[in-house]
Design a binder for this molecule. Sequence first.
Ligand SMILES: [Zn+2]
Length: 249
Amino acid sequence: MKLFASRPSVKLEDGARLEIDGLVVRLTVSGRARRISLRIDPLKREVIAIAPSTRRLADAWSFARERRDWALERLADLPPPIRLLRDDDIRIFDQPHRLIPDSRRPRLLPASDESPARILGCGEGSVDQALVARAIRREALTVFTRQAAVHSAALGVVTPRVATADARTRWGSCSPPRPGRVGAIRLSWRLALAPFVVADYVVAHECAHLIEANHGPEFWRLVGRLVDDVAECRAWLRSNGASLQGFGR
Ligand SMILES: [Zn+2]
């Protein structure tokens, strides 16, 4: 007796990631949503189908299927991820660095009288994005640690522990100090590819969370004491974040 193969059923639940012919759709239930809608997530390069309730997820799913072509076009319009080639210059905290593919340990070399700033050890023959990323990440930790010391001193708090991270959806996070434990902040190393003022704004933002664990007016007042042009920095991250997130992945 031949059994009928059961039809592959699509499980419609909050947070599920489903595919429609090459388009990834994430289903999301949001209590704040009033109707079904689609949103592009530029960092993950996928579509979010939002439903106001679990009951409406099926409608959100069909809406996403109807609008597949529209969503693919929107995704294609996103800025391309950064790709590096031999002899390219890459800006790290605003400083142009020449990529030098060779077999040395990946590291940054500051500019000297004889030569511009360089990244050594970018791979043999061609540029290996992962090796470049490793060198940048090390530099990012040095700069973040220095800036966290500056901002925490200005706030009058103990300097937090600093680590680099590689989250796709957030630029930084903060664990405020507790009795017997200093605070800690984590920052995406990819911020080294942003203008210095933008990276420094994120460091200041996480340092301000050492005092205020929310995004209320007092929090923003503290951030404004530490850095200028907060709105411009946030706008820059919204427009350019996808390029930074695409690098080396
Ligand atoms: Zn925050």
